[in-house]
Design a binder for this molecule. Sequence first.
Ligand code: MGD
Ligand code: MGD
Ligand code: SF4
Ligand code: MO
Length: 771
Amino acid sequence: MVRKKPGEDIDERSLTVTDPKRAAAGIQGVLTSLQRSVQQMGVARSAKALPLLNQSAGFDCPGCAWPDPRAADGDKRKMAEFCENGAKAVAEEATTRTIGPEFFAEHPVSELAQRTDYWLGQQGRITHPMILREGEDHYQAISWDEAFEVVADELNRLDSPEEAAFYTSGRTSNEAAFLYQLMVRSFGTNNLPDCSNMCHESSGAALNETIGIGKGSVSLTDIEHADLVLVVGQNPGTNHPRMLSSLEKVKRRSGRVVAVNPLPETGLMEFKNPQNLRGLVGDGTSLADEFAQIRVGGDLALFKALAALILQAEETAPGTVLDHDFLRRYTHGFTEFARQARHIDWDDVEDSTGLPRAQVERIATMLVNSERTVVCWAMGLTQHKQAVPTIREVVNVLLLRGMIGKSGAGVCPVRGHSNVQGDRTMGIWEKMPETFLAALEGEFGISAPRRHGFDTIETLRAMHRGQCRAFVAMGGNFLAATPDTTATETALRGCELTVQISTKLNRSHLVPGRTALILPTLGRTERDTQGTGDQFVTVEDSMSVVHASSGRLQPASPHLLSEVAIVSRLARGLLGPDHPVSWESFERDYDRVREHIAHVVPGCENYNQRVRHADGFVLPHPPRDTRTFPTDTGKANFTVNIPDPIHVPDGRLLLQTLRSHDQYNTTIYGLSDRYRGIEGGRRIIMVNTADIAEFGFHDGDVVDVVSEWRDGGRVVEERRAEAFRLVAYSTPRGCAAAYYPETNPLVPLDAVADTSNTPTSKAIIVRLERV
Ligand SMILES: Nc1nc2c(c(=O)[nH]1)N[C@H]1C(S)=C(S)[C@@H](COP(=O)(O)OP(=O)(O)OC[C@H]3O[C@@H](n4cnc5c(=O)[nH]c(N)nc54)[C@H](O)[C@@H]3O)O[C@H]1N2
Ligand SMILES: Nc1nc2c(c(=O)[nH]1)N[C@H]1C(S)=C(S)[C@@H](COP(=O)(O)OP(=O)(O)OC[C@H]3O[C@@H](n4cnc5c(=O)[nH]c(N)nc54)[C@H](O)[C@@H]3O)O[C@H]1N2
Ligand code: SF4
Ligand SMILES: [Mo]
């Protein structure tokens, strides 16, 4: 992909690097929220938007999936129940900047393709449906009716529905997601790849196998009442900022926090809570009692060592460490697990983790002494070749002391997108279980295909083989979010049809199939008025709480349709007038959609009534609620997980790709990675000072990053990303970090996690080359 060289719309030469910050949030966070809000929305719209954010009568934050406090748990919502990055997410969506047909007339696609992702996103909200016809270089306005006709005709022309893939990103509401999967299955395919395939799929796979449900088992109250919280492979200060308030509560109640991370992320160290005066002007609360600066990919070795130390503690003081009653009544496979788990080879542990033995022992002692332990994790665990075994090992460690289905304890995969968990609950998955498909058929009189569909990686492979020829995206930025950008570009260009249902311009719009459409949609913050009046939608957070979200701002353009309307109208064209689903009824009144959700989706009985409660309601979670484990054995399964450490050859680094403080996935809010002290640019790579010296470079040098894909030890493919500035940073020897999506061209399509097929975006073998 050709891009403008650094220095054209972002001047990377003006990048500055200073020491990382000591504490997260505080007054600077508040100032940045206000500044970005006013910049994008103006004073009046900001003053309207921010007080509605995360309030019962307002809209759910379009940022992350961290839950809101609930009155049902004895907690009150404060007036400002959001964080700096939530305010940025709102500002980004509710911006008053717009781009319409004139913009596309002025800027040909070939020119837009040269711009950075930052520039593209900053242009504003798309106001009209647009089409890029074969051979043209300009998107042109098209009427909604004609747009739906083109899409339906193209899809119906395919040899088989299996030649189309329907992607979903995790911001889509439950109502839109439910209708979307119904449309796709009615059409005749399960090709429903989603962003979750690149995100928490590994968590889902590991948890389904071990505890019988792929969701976290804790509530906000559980976390806040835990006496030990492990935060592993997660940077909450940036990506789930209000989680810091919960960690602060843990500390106030004398609980302990352990951070396991290759980087000393500021938000794990100290927090200045902007919701109180002390946090604004006084000292912060220090968070991590123990910071384990682990090597990238070392977590399986760490958790195996922890399990072994817990078992050894039990041998030393029999009957005092393990929860024998829990093990006997609720688990399966303990004996075999314990037989292989007792032994530790400390050399291997130190090689893989880089952690001193004494520190691993201290953490094990904390686990042994804690009555209520929660383990939280995110992409630092899920985006590895051995992600699934690693998360299974986390479960082993928790099971030993009965930490599931007990208050103040459990597993907490912290979800990314604000409704990614809800979308799955509503059926966005390429392999939904038979019970769901049968319920869908029973409710609607349709016939749902049974063959599993393509996930994200399989979609890309099928495009390369010419077996996927049409691509529809409900949100997201498929091109920039997926691995192997150059190959993905070829894959998308090979499609006959690409359709993006979007709010803002992004790179996926610029890599079109033969015919490409942009269908612009309302965002979560906007008023959604239909035949029966103003509508609300529903979402599910990371802790299975389902609640309503009502957009209240004036829409960016009168020409926008809601996601529900887009799917309903498209379905009518695609499936024809005789289709048994009454598609025309949904758009007028979203209650009609929710009535069906209530009948089809387990746990959603009386949906319309329960989502109208100010706090919403909590979906059932058998392990959490009753220690029932719906696994193949009917119990929580211990598993035996054998580490297969990554071998990094001499002169190479293991690169993890992560988020700056100023982006939302592929959406770049700004150029300030404030906590890490990196300002004004994004093409940087953080490397240990000793490695920089060993490779003969200096801090500040500009290098190309070249990834090496090996087969049987031999390099078979190389990929290159140009012009990254070296930043000497505190990261373990041999481990580097750089931002996504700039580094996605380095991630080989075949570099995926076992079982979950998630790209291994946190472990790419690279070398640095002088430019
Ligand atoms: N503001 C903002 N909020 C967001 C997002 C955003 O882009 N911006 N994205 C949303 C989404 S979709 C998601 S999935 C989440 C992502 O939330 P995170 O998972 O916190 O996001 P990353 O930036 O990928 O950070 C991964 C963290 O894991 C660490 N890490 C990397 N490799 C390893 C490893 O091998 N072991 C361990 N123990 N740690 C490791 C990194 O140093 C980093 O701190 O955030 C959500 N929230
Ligand atoms: N190298 C590397 N790659 C990664 C990751 C990584 O850590 N490293 N992380 C992975 C993860 S965890 C994830 S979740 C994926 C994210 O992948 P995606 O979900 O595909 O990407 P986003 O950047 O979140 O999508 C942003 C776009 O969504 C559209 N949008 C925003 N709001 C709405 C809305 O309300 N409705 C609709 N219809 N569209 C909307 C806008 O047009 C915007 O440009 O990326 C993955 N890729
Ligand atoms: S923590 Fe997440 S959901 Fe909450 S306000 Fe911040 S970005 Fe929004
Ligand atoms: Mo994600």
